[in-house]
Design a protein around this ligand. Structure first.
Ligand code: GMT
Length: 378
């Protein structure tokens, strides 16, 4: 099939999922067209059936806000016509689902019907989309989508609770390519990051308030008082500066490495012993799944969709949001005994394999087939 994928091209989970999905679909013979304002960060290789079309928004001084969704919907119309795209898959409702709806309507005027699938990722529903400024348009575009998917049951429940939804929502969980995590790195540079007797704890996020960065540091601070340890902080975002200041205040700055954004998280995860995700809300927690796939157990909050990914007492432990004491206790429990750590590492990997890309991508293919055949019958 010829599939157009719209996403945020950043390090955020929705962009990562959209990119990995497109790449896997291309391997299966589909022709993929990424349509967004920058080349997605995980899209390193373009090939004969992976294309990237950049959406330009010319700056014009009259506009206080540059109209991205207008430029996107025009681009979608042009690309559907030029490449005979059969289905659009938009990741993140705002403004992608709205732009796709507009594109669909414009194309209909020319006798072309292109269905669009909307995947809800979390913040488009829980943090931003339910705001009264956006709610009407988000509800409208979800209801007008030809198919709607949500990355967890918890997000589906939130969507139905927060919006007046008349459309069906299919739960299609995020996924991971276990093949990529099979190989053991021969160049796993653990020795560069920590002494042999130290455990390595890792956090990866976009350092927004919702990620509870101070909790990450306070948990680590408690652990390092009991066990020799290092903390790897991967990502960029508004809370990073305050995080570095907190480390200095606690006198642990020499035990914490701030990497910034990285395209090599598998290399960082390969030498990690434990992953921390104490978020206030998380529709899925893709970073936790990526850690588990690398055999890294997870200490997380029990919010949103995280319990659907991180299994309490199996792949790690879950605690109430902000219960730093419990999270620290659980972290020490896993790390203090090397045999126990080994068991948790193996179980984390096993749990992750339930989300293997090869079982999830066919579900999206079925949804594309369903929506296109529906429109053939129109
Ligand atoms: O977590 C973020 O800040 C980024 C956000 C995004 O839209 O990229 O992540 C959301 O989508 C991810 C992929 O489906 C999920 O794994 C994250 O849990 C979700 N974030 C939140 O719900 C806060």
């Amino acid at each position: 099939m010829r599939i157009g994928i719209v996403c945020y091209p950043t390090f955020g989970g929705s962009g990562v999922v959209a990119t990995e999905l497109g790449l896997e679909l291309s391997k299966k013979g589909h022709e993929i067209h990424f349509i967004t304002y920058n080349q997605p960060v995980r899209l390193e290789l373009l090939s004969s059936n992976v294309h990237f079309h950049e959406v330009h928004v010319p700056e014009y001084p009259l506009f206080h806000y540059q109209p991205y969704e207008l430029a996107l919907s025009s681009k979608l119309v042009d690309m559907v016509k030029l490449h005979d795209i059969e289905v659009l898959h938009v990741h993140y409702a705002i403004p992608h689902a709205y732009a796709a709806y507009m594109a669909q309507k414009m194309l209909q005027e020319e006798g072309i019907y292109v269905p669009f699938v909307t995947t809800l990722h979390g913040t488009d529903i829980t943090l931003v989309g339910s705001h009264p400024f956006y709610k009407t348009a988000v509800t409208f575009s979800i209801n007008k989508s030809d198919a709607v998917t949500s990355v967890s049951q918890s997000l589906k429940d939130d969507t139905l609770r927060l919006f007046n939804i008349t459309n069906e929502i299919d739960v299609v969980p995020n996924f991971i390519d276990m093949d990529k995590h099979k190989k053991d790195f021969t160049d796993c540079q653990r020795a560069m990051m920590a002494n042999e007797n130290e455990v390595i704890i890792t956090h990866i996020s976009n350092f927004r308030e919702v990620k509870q960065i101070p909790d990450v540091i306070n948990i680590f601070n408690t652990v390092q008082k009991v066990l020799p340890a290092k903390l790897m902080m991967v990502g960029e975002g508004p809370e990073r500066e305050a995080a570095e200041e907190l480390c200095a205040t606690l006198g642990i700055e020499d035990k914490v490495v701030f990497f910034g954004n990285s395209n090599e998280i598998d290399k960082i995860l390969c030498f990690s012993d434990l992953f921390l995700l104490p978020s206030t809300t998380e529709s899925f927690g893709l970073a936790a799944l990526e850690a588990m796939a690398s055999g890294v157990p997870v200490i997380s909050s029990n919010t949103g969709g995280i319990p659907e990914v991180n299994k309490h007492g199996v792949s790690g432990f879950l605690s109430d949001v902000n219960d730093i004491e419990d999270m620290s206790k659980n972290a020490i429990h896993i790390l203090e005994n090397s045999e126990r750590l080994k068991l948790f590492k193996a179980s984390a990997k096993l749990e992750a394999s339930k989300f293997d890309i090869h079982s999830i991508v066919p579900v999206y293919e079925d949804i594309y087939k369903r929506t296109t055949s529906k429109c053939l019958n129109l």
